[in-house]
Design a protein around this ligand. Structure first.
Ligand SMILES: Cc1cc2nc3c(=O)[nH]c(=O)nc-3n(C[C@H](O)[C@H](O)[C@H](O)COP(=O)(O)OP(=O)(O)OC[C@H]3O[C@@H](n4cnc5c(N)ncnc54)[C@H](O)[C@@H]3O)c2cc1C
Length: 450
């Protein structure tokens, strides 16, 4: 019987699994035609373009320890964003999101009525809305309509590509839902948790950051350590038997003792899986997933008369634009654009505009430029364009999500040679995807001798 383990999918989840399994003495083979997943940095002609994620953070001790152990390259170092400020596009104008109670009082983002409604939250009786309460319903119930529409809608829309009317509060804001259930108020719970976190400062978590040469530092660091065991192929089939697992791709196949499936649900649909409960697998693989395009535009500095002052500009659905958000790369990190230039990256599409990501590069560029021209004072077309399409990359935790998660648990329970990992399982961020990867490694690695 083979003791080797196959990891299918080399995004943050799969790479974390692969790294942990190798660290614990297992023989592992990674399958991915383009390892890195959404941690993809493009470097050319002085531009450092994040085609997917820009920053990451974690509160998971295991992930924090893994990242610190890998962060040894003297050529580059971890950098925190220069600004954590966010703006919301409100009636075509970038408007800062208040970060403190003082800023809130003066913020034009909320009307006086909206601010008073927000401040009443601690006195509004708790009526937890159940597993299937949407983010929008939760936010409206606790904070009022304006906060839901002008703050929560653009934050959630840009980070998930989804619709806050359908996404589940319990998945996206588990802590906040818990604050209400346990103490009756989200704001009181958040303040208490903030004070406790400050006291614990310096612990095992890793604050929001990237690296000087881009977020793909993690991918490069992991690949450097195990390059010989990477098969740059898309897996097309996985067959489980009583004694092993056969992984198939293009014109090859190989037997393993176990497999970690670390691809997003949309990508599972292209893999023929045999020997597990097909109905349960179907439930996992049909989890809805949104698609987006990431449109990076480089401008000459003098052609941007009103650069963004925060790291990101979030776009609420009420603006009726195909844009979900725009990130100002060089407002966040130094050295992302050649001398005399600015780099911005916009996320287009998602559930709001499901087909927009398919538009050709020219159309996407024109749409983004037109949408931002007024807000940023753009007076000439971009000098550099780079577009990446991410089809089905953003899993959507909507009604039925917990049934799908239970199906994944049941599949693992029935097939001890299988473990799942991925952002869809444990959260929506890179840190959470990595944490799910470590859990999968512990699960499968623990049942198989190294
Ligand atoms: C545009 C965008 C920006 C984001 N920005 C941030 C951010 O700034 N910070 C943050 O924390 N999170 C961000 N996220 C979310 C974050 O990127 C995801 O939560 C995370 O990447 C999920 O990791 P994963 O490993 O589950 O999947 P992925 O990153 O999607 O990786 C899946 C991997 O599986 C591979 N694969 C697919 N099919 C097969 C197959 N058949 N065989 C072998 N391999 C296969 C793919 O090539 C890919 O490498 C962003 C998401 C998007 C879409």
């Amino acid at each position: 019987m083979s003791r080797r383990i196959a990891v299918v999918g080399g995004g943050p989840a799969g790479l974390a699994t692969w790294q942990r399994l190798r660290d614990t003495g297992h023989e592992v083979q990674l399958f991915d035609p383009e390892p890195g997943g959404l941690m993809r940095t493009i470097r050319h002609d002085g531009w450092i373009i994040e085609a997917g994620a820009h920053t990451m953070a974690t509160t998971d001790a295991g992930v924090g320890a893994m990242l610190r152990a890998l962060d040894t390259d003297p050529e580059e170092s971890s950098v925190a964003p220069r600004t954590r400020g966010r703006q919301v596009l409100l009636h075509g104008r970038p408007t800062p999101v208040p970060l403190s109670p003082g800023e809130l009082v003066a913020s034009p983002l909320l009307s006086m009525r909206g601010r008073l409604r927000l401040l009443r939250e601690p006195f509004i009786s708790a009526k937890p809305g159940g597993d299937d309460e949407s983010v929008q319903d939760f936010a409206r119930r606790r904070f009022g309509h304006e906060v839901a529409a002008r703050i929560i809608d653009p934050i959630v829309g840009s980070s998930t590509g989804g619709d806050p009317r359908q996404l589940l509060a319990r998945v996206l804001f588990p802590q906040h839902v818990q604050f209400e259930a346990a103490g009756g108020s989200v704001l009181r719970g958040a303040m208490r948790a903030g004070m406790q976190a400050r006291r614990r400062k310096g612990g095992s978590s890793m604050p929001l950051s990237s690296h000087t040469n881009g977020i793909d530092w993690f991918v490069r660091a992991v690949l450097r350590q195990g390059n010989g065991s990477v098969c740059r192929e898309a897996v097309t089939g996985i067959t489980f038997s009583d004694v092993d697992v056969t992984v198939q791709w293009g014109d090859g196949s190989e037997r393993f003792g176990g497999v970690v499936l670390a691809v997003p649900p949309a990508a599972m649909r292209a893999i023929r899986v045999v020997g597990v409960d097909a109905g349960q697998f179907e439930k996992v693989a049909t989890m809805p997933c949104a698609s987006v395009a990431s449109v990076s535009l480089g401008y000459r500095r003098e052609h941007v008369t009103r650069p963004l002052t925060g790291g990101s500009l979030l776009v609420p659905s009420s603006e009726h634009l195909p844009l979900l958000a725009t990130f100002s790369a060089d407002a966040m990190f130094p050295g992302r654009a050649p001398e005399g230039h600015l780099l911005i990256t916009s996320i287009v599409g998602g559930v709001r505009h499901p087909d927009a990501f398919r538009d050709d590069d020219r159309t996407l560029t024109q749409q983004v430029h037109a949408a931002l021209a007024g807000a940023m004072g753009l007076v000439a077309p971009p000098a550099m364009v780079h577009v990446t399409r991410w089809e089905g990359a953003m899993p959507q935790p909507v009604a039925g999500h917990f049934v799908r998660l239970a199906a994944a648990d049941a599949l693992e329970a029935g097939a001890p040679r299988l473990a799942f990992a991925g952002g869809w399982r444990g959260g929506m961020s890179i840190g959470e995807a990595m944490a799910s990867g470590l859990r999968a490694a512990n699960r499968l690695g623990g049942t198989m001798p190294a």
